[in-house]
Write a protein that binds this ligand. Structure first.
Ligand SMILES: [Zn+2]
Length: 217
């Protein structure tokens, strides 16, 4: 079976709709006219469920990619030199921080000297593109002084040139995916607003239904 990733809200809404749908009872005693109305109600609730499933299905690939991106960001262990005590640290990111340059970096902890330090380059592609361009521009401007400065941070000019070549290709991809992601996010937000509205309405309806039936008993 094809896997569909639902958000917590979508799942709860589906459960609530099913709860109300299963309450609609049609049997031999139901008069034909009522039968029609009740069947319409069931059809409507079923179509609501289908809408949610279809939406989630269309977004599953994107949601999976996002989950993977998130997983990798926090679970990929890398080997790097602690800038304080110069010992090698093999660790995954424990946090992230936006620095003065406006880029976001992963944060690591050095078990030898018990200090936190930031990765030597941004932890996301969007920042990485600007970072590389800025780096190369500054290197050219400052000449050797600039180069030494960056090498202290553990990135060599040669590495950065190589990085840039890779990134040139990545740039178009990121641009494209940023545009696509933005469109997906917008559609997602719009749908989530609808899901939340329905959720609130049905939560209240269920609560009211349960309370009223408690009183009658
Ligand atoms: Zn250290």
């Amino acid at each position: 079976m094809e896997e569909i990733l639902f958000t917590k809200e979508e799942q709860e809404l589906i459960d609530l709709i099913k709860y109300f749908r299963d309450m609609v009872l049609i049997n031999e005693e139901t008069p034909p006219y009522n039968r029609l109305i009740l069947q319409e109600e069931i059809d409507y609730l079923n179509s609501e469920i289908t809408t949610i499933i279809q939406f989630a299905k269309g977004k599953t690939e994107y949601r999976k990619a996002k989950e993977l991106e998130h997983y990798n960001k926090w679970n990929t262990k890398i080997d790097q030199k602690c800038p304080w005590c110069k010992k090698m640290v093999f660790s995954n990111a424990l946090g992230e921080i936006k620095m003065d340059d406006g880029f976001t970096y992963s944060q690591y902890f050095c078990p030898s000297c018990h200090m936190n330090f930031e990765g030597s380059e941004p932890n996301n592609n969007n920042d990485m593109i600007l970072f590389t361009e800025k780096f190369l521009a500054e290197m050219l401007k400052k000449g050797k002084g600039g180069r030494v400065n960056y090498e202290i941070n553990g990135i060599s000019f040669e590495q950065m040139k190589k990085r840039r070549a890779n990134i040139e290709g990545l740039k178009e991809k990121v641009k494209k995916s940023m545009k696509e992601n933005k469109e997906i996010e917008e559609a997602n937000n719009e749908f989530m607003a609808y899901v939340l509205n329905e959720l609130i309405r049905l939560r209240i309806a269920k609560k009211k239904f349960i309370t009223e039936n408690d009183i009658q008993e």
